[in-house]
Design a protein around this ligand. Structure first.
Ligand SMILES: [Ca+2]
Length: 409
């Protein structure tokens, strides 16, 4: 009932990222921790997952001087001079063909166009709960989801005349996935997403017990963070969010023309390559990759640049505003050198709601419903929204890294 009453008000927020792809995941929360709807499932690795991890770690035998774990595919010969920023990898300058490849590509991934980017450092994993916890403690930071929604701001994102909801409903909270009991119409995301009062990064799926009171999820990506939260975290470290072009270029791992970051094999062919949704969405997850919700960062094999989880696990915020016509405009204006996206947002599905780009898909994406575990897949989310499947990673130029280092010396 609460959901239905809030929808008129928060529909724009909920619609956000979900509209074509979002998905969900199954599970519910108990005491703030995620548990599978299938009692045998858990967000922690199970025996099969541990076996997978062991195989993955065998490949992660090279530990760089900055703590990054890479495979012998990763070429560090042309990285900037040491010292290197902690647990970041260098993405060398280059050109690539930006846009959709394969039958799952959507209209907003076209036209394909040539883009060049300067080199930059990129976090080799998504930002973890442990890192975000440290940031919150040091800065006494309060995330968007922990603040009571401001109706004056919210109504700007809604069609004119939308009635104000009951004041009692305007409470801090965020969007949480809830599995359905069986097959549903996949065009109606409200069946598996709900507005959950009290949900935030400490309570990813709601509930009372904070993940701060346990180390169980420390190495999992932080979720339920807004774009504003991500920008604040990045700024505190002298970093920033990647542009959409930087993100896609990095995700391709220097292998242009492939459907996926690892090549053209499907994610589950030969070996498990990413944390996505297997089974029947949104009610049955077969967990072939070992996880129903988030996986600890760095669980699967990195791409050739040494980046983990660019495909799947959680969506990652980018700096750019979303427009379906971004590529058409970029190609037309030849603005394809370090493109930073359009100056403003427009999503025809929710024209009143500004949206930022998110990339990479999540543990909720699967072949049937989302298939956004592709470097070119674009999705959009309101910057004030947190979701249980969205996190981020940061980047910085080498010049900015040198500034950070001087400041700390
Ligand atoms: Ca999974």
């Amino acid at each position: 009932m609460l959901f239905k009453r809030v929808v008129p008000l928060l529909c724009c927020i909920i619609l956000l990222a979900f509209l074509s792809c979002q998905n969900a995941k199954d599970g519910k929360v108990q005491n703030g921790m995620m548990t599978d709807m299938d009692s045998s499932a858990s967000c922690s690795p199970r025996s099969r997952a541990n076996q997978l991890a062991a195989r993955t770690l065998e490949r992660q035998s090279i530990i760089l001087s900055n703590g990054a774990r890479v495979t012998n595919e990763t070429d560090t010969a042309n990285w900037p001079e040491k010292p290197w920023p902690s647990q970041m990898v260098w993405i060398p300058a280059g050109n690539f063909r930006m846009g959709g490849i394969g039958k799952d590509a959507r209209p907003d991934e076209f036209p394909l166009h040539d883009v060049s980017v300067d080199g930059f450092w990129m976090d080799q994993t998504e930002v973890t709960n442990e890192a975000f916890k440290k940031f919150v403690q040091e800065k006494k930071f309060i995330t968007t989801a922990e603040v009571k929604p401001d109706w004056e701001e919210l109504k700007k994102q809604l069609p004119p005349g939308t009635p104000k909801p009951d004041e009692a409903l305007l409470v801090p909270g965020s969007l949480v996935f809830t599995p359905t009991s069986g097959p549903v119409d996949l065009s109606d995301f409200s069946q598996w997403w709900r507005w959950e009062p009290g949900a935030n990064w400490k309570h990813p799926n709601g509930g009372k017990e904070s993940i701060q009171n346990t180390t169980q999820l420390d190495q999992h990506p932080v979720v339920q963070v807004s774009w504003f939260d991500a920008v604040s975290f990045a700024g505190s470290q002298g970093k920033r969010l990647p542009t959409e072009a930087e993100w896609e270029y990095a995700a391709r791992g220097g292998k242009d023309g492939n459907i996926y970051g690892w090549g053209n094999d499907e994610p589950n062919t030969n070996n498990i390559k990413a944390n996505i949704w297997q089974g029947q969405f949104p009610f049955k997850n077969s967990q072939e990759d070992g996880f129903v919700f988030t996986a600890p960062v760095g669980f699967y094999k990195p791409n050739a640049y040494g980046l983990y989880d660019m495909m799947g696990n959680v969506w990652e915020w980018c700096n750019d505003w979303y427009r379906p016509s971004t590529y058409a405009e970029a190609a037309k204006n030849n603005s394809t050198i370090n493109p930073k996206g359009p100056p403003s947002s427009y999503d025809p599905e929710e024209p009143f709601t500004p949206k930022k780009v998110v990339r990479g898909g999540s543990f909720l994406c699967n072949k049937v419903y989302c298939a956004s575990y592709r470097p070119s897949a674009r999705m959009k989310t309101s910057p004030d929204s947190g979701e249980s499947h969205t996190g981020f990673r940061c980047v910085m130029s080498d010049a900015d890294w040198r500034k950070v280092r001087e400041k700390h010396l």
